[in-house]
Design a protein around this ligand. Structure first.
Ligand code: 5AD
Ligand code: SF4
Length: 435
């Protein structure tokens, strides 16, 4: 019997969140409806992430937990990057999995569901030349802040990373498709668009780059804010930096992962930048947009990382004064060059370095938040807060701001930031002066 209800569980990055939304739209077009509770859905899609530790094991145990008390189970689709990495092997390892669908083939989900409902066990992890985007339905509804994937895949081959294998080579979506999707999202209620790509700043179409795309999107009426993530330091063009100083709708926030503060480690990671070129880019960005908030990613315990290398990482954190940053313990990914490098670091050392790094990042984050107390700014209201009458929105610097207001999600309101915490801010509504 064909399933009537579905539940999509997305793990990992924002790109998976976007993919999850698109799969929901596809299934909705087939007349299926989202189940209120995952436990009783006829179809469950596990949209998995493969970037770190034991991803596959976690996915299989998540699958196992979908068996219900009466012994029955929903139709199960393994999707996302674990599906891509495991392929047909997934069907062998877990008899509960009915479908395996990679990130480049999920436009085929409806037909795979029909096949599975008839007892088939389809697998599709192809990376077809025809873009899946062309096969997806048009967008209709959007949250106040909506994701829009403009670029996928990666050609950089950092030695620790699985992305070039799971998401394939760098591909940019065509200019007119991106603009049309952005327009549809704004018509569907989006006030902010977050352009997504593994290397979003490598986006390029017909000789035009991300800076030109952003300038064009800024012309869409009703669209108030533009962000993009994740950028690679080597693809940070002067044009994009200049756009930060000139395009008002482009938010003063840049996520620019450096991974390590040690040039020796950056080389072993096959990052194509050094600490010096990275800091020079940050410098240029700060001259173009002094108001910019910077964020980054770090890996501690890459093979061969000495205490001295690690201290260089703490130093770059101090030099940049990040407003936010994400840090991870190195995790050996099968099939990547770093997994077989000498000098793998013991877990206790990684734990200790991660703690020290996160402490340091936390100090800068709090200092950044405190530096914004007293600022008159705007927030985009996104959702209800925990207390009655309280709403949560985002500042231009991507801080979560709690505020007492009758405003609704999607409203852009004037606030003064009145208090700072380590992870969020408090705002007070500012009445506009009578004209
Ligand atoms: N181990 C730990 N962290 C990783 N990342 C990517 N691959 C690994 C790995 N093998 C981190 C990087 C990247 C972020 C998305 O995940 O910091 O920027
Ligand atoms: Fe992975 Fe490096 Fe590509 Fe980022 S740039 S997705 S870390 S290979």
């Amino acid at each position: 019997m064909n399933p009537k209800t579905f539940k999509i569980k997305s793990f990992g990055c924002q790109m998976n969140v976007y993919d999850g939304e698109r799969m929901a739209e596809l299934l909705g077009d087939q007349g299926m409806v989202a189940a209120a509770d995952g436990a009783d859905a006829d179809l469950v899609v596990l949209n998995t992430c493969h970037i770190r530790e034991k991803a596959a094991e976690k996915a299989y145990s998540d699958v196992g937990r979908l068996r219900r008390e009466d012994g029955s189970k929903p139709l199960i689709a393994l999707a996302g990057c674990v599906a891509q990495a495991e392929g047909a092997e997934a069907r062998r390892r877990s008899p509960m999995i009915d479908m395996v669908v990679g990130p480049q083939s999920y436009h085929r989900l409806p037909e795979m569901v029909r096949e599975a409902a008839l007892g088939g066990r389809p697998v599709d992890t192809d990376m077809p030349a025809i873009s899946k985007f062309d096969a997806l339905p048009a967008r209709r509804r959007a949250s106040p802040s909506a994701f829009l994937t403009v670029q996928e895949g990666c050609d950089k081959f950092c030695t620790y990373c699985v992305v070039p294998y799971t998401r394939g080579a760098e591909v940019s979506r065509p200019w007119k498709d991106v603009v049309a999707e952005a327009q549809a999202l704004v018509e569907g209620g989006a006030r902010e668009i977050v352009l997504l790509g593994q290397n979003v700043n490598a986006w390029e179409h017909d000789g035009r780059g991300l800076a030109e795309l952003i300038r064009a999107l800024a012309g869409i009426d009703g669209l108030e804010r533009i962000r993009y993530t994740t950028s690679h330091p080597t693809d940070m063009s002067d044009a994009l930096i200049a756009a930060h100083g000139e395009v008002d709708k482009l938010m003063p926030y840049l996520h620019l992962p450096v991974q390590s503060g040690s040039d020796r480690i950056l080389k072993a990671m096959n990052r194509s930048h050094t600490t010096q070129t990275y800091l020079a880019t940050i410098e240029k960005m700060r001259s173009a947009q002094p108001n910019i908030a910077l964020s980054g990613d770090f890996i501690v315990g890459f093979p061969g990382e000495t205490e001295e290398d690690f201290e260089a990482t703490l130093q770059i954190v101090d030099a940049v004064r990040y407003a936010a940053a994400y840090s991870f313990k190195y995790s050996a990914r099968p099939g990547t060059p770093a997994a077989v490098m000498e000098g793998q670091i013991p877990r206790e050392i990684m734990d200790e370095r991660l703690r020290r790094l996160q402490d340091r990042i936390g100090q800068h984050q709090l200092a950044f938040n405190r530096s914004k107390v007293g600022a008159d700014t705007q927030i985009l209201v996104e959702r209800k807060g925990r207390r009655a009458g309280q709403m949560i929105g985002r500042s231009p610097w991507l801080q979560s701001v709690h505020v007492e207001t009758g405003a609704k999600p999607g409203d852009l309101i004037d606030v003064t930031l009145v208090a700072a915490g380590p992870n969020s801010m408090t705002g007070a509504v500012r009445e506009r002066a009578a004209a």
